[in-house]
Design a protein around this ligand. Structure first.
Ligand code: ATP
Ligand code: MG
Length: 328
């Protein structure tokens, strides 16, 4: 069986973008692969976090993964800071990654512009930690949204370079990017990706938003001055809504265009809002139930960490030997 690794940051409430672009696929892949899924809190502190909020968001993100359908019996679901090898391999790999390569990463450029008061070294080396996450588990496939494609290519480059020097230490990972909704856009500025760290809550739909809130956010989604529901170059707002609607209902763009022919945007936005609300309703209900079972959640993430620890240590030991660290 092939191995899958992916992660999500506990930087806030998970969005519809995270769900359609990543987590929904994670669930589907569990049947066929060995899957490792992590709440990547080491990544989260590249942006300043409140300690108490980070702790709460980490537990909530874990519960939300289970609510989305990640099965802790089938998959290894763990919290990144519980497994030491991530930070350790990250340091080694950072010595095999060039300053110039990291300087080309568009997420660094975006995030350092948005957080100009805290352009820390961790934000810069974020992709190295991500490479460590993936390579530790010898992952074959990494299901992510398209915004992570560049980071994934860097992880491959680092792995290839390391293998070139020391023999086959790492499996070269491939991306697994969904065809539909690989990039869900902001509802307020459809040229920007929907992001959970957006300051404007109307820009994103949180998985845990109530149905009324979801519908309201879609009603106020920014579109264009035309009236026809059609997927066309330049109609970013409508294109985004069509992709979302298609991803949650399984309808093709043609079927959607026919369904809303002559009906105008108002009716379409309402339909999208309702369809999304229905998709997310059971997730929210399961989340509420899990959050009442703190002991169960603890048990799950501890077991997950144990399994992840064992797998990752094997890779780390090999790496330490290859680079010439004296054995204990
Ligand atoms: P942040 O703004 O803090 O980086 P984020 O919303 O980008 O938060 P991440 O934890 O960085 O969330 O990413 C988790 C996963 O969700 C990644 O696989 C990423 O590719 C995917 N993802 C994030 N935003 C979107 C989006 N708008 N559309 C599709 N996939 C997305
Ligand atoms: Mg992100």
């Amino acid at each position: 069986k092939k191995i899958i690794f992916s992660g999500i940051q506990p930087t806030g409430v998970m969005t519809l973008g995270n769900y359609l672009g990543a987590v929904k696929n994670w669930v589907a892949l569990q049947e066929e692969y060995h899957c490792c899924y992590s709440i990547v809190n080491l990544h989260a502190i590249t942006i300043r976090q409140d300690a108490k909020a980070l702790r709460e968001n980490t537990l909530a993100a874990y519960a939300l993964l289970l609510a989305c359908g990640i099965d802790p019996e089938k998959s290894i679901a763990f919290i990144q800071s519980h497994v030491q090898a991530h930070a350790e391999l990250s340091w080694v790999l950072s010595c095999y990654t060039q300053f110039g390569e990291l300087s080309r990463m568009t997420q660094f450029k975006d995030k350092s512009a948005r957080h100009a008061d805290n352009v820390n070294a961790g934000l810069f080396t974020y992709p190295v930690l991500m490479a460590a996450d993936i390579l530790l588990y010898q992952a074959d496939l990494v299901p992510v949204g398209i915004d992570q494609k560049q980071h994934l290519e860097l992880a491959r480059d680092i792995a290839q370079r390391f293998n070139g020097l020391y023999g086959n230490v790492f499996t070269l990972p491939d991306g697994y990017i969904p065809k539909l909704a690989a990039k869900v856009m902001s509802l307020q500025d459809p040229t920007k990706k929907m992001s959970k760290s957006d300051d404007n809550p109307k820009a994103f739909v949180a998985i845990l938003d109530k149905p009324e809130t979801i519908i309201k956010k879609f009603k106020s989604a920014v579109t264009d001055s035309e009236t026809q529901v059609a997927y066309r170059e330049g109609k970013d707002g409508i294109n985004n809504l069509m992709s979302i609607y298609s991803a949650v209902t399984g309808k093709t763009f043609q079927v959607i265009e026919d369904e809303f022919a002559g009906k105008g945007y108002g009716e379409f936005k309402l339909a999208v809002g309702e369809a999304v609300a229905e998709t997310l309703r059971p997730v929210r209900e399961r989340f509420d139930a899990y959050m009442k079972e703190k002991a169960y959640l603890e048990d799950c993430y501890r077991k997950g960490a144990e399994k992840a620890q064992a797998l990752s240590q094997r890779t780390l030991d090999k790496v330490y030997k290859k680079v010439g660290f004296l054995a204990k």
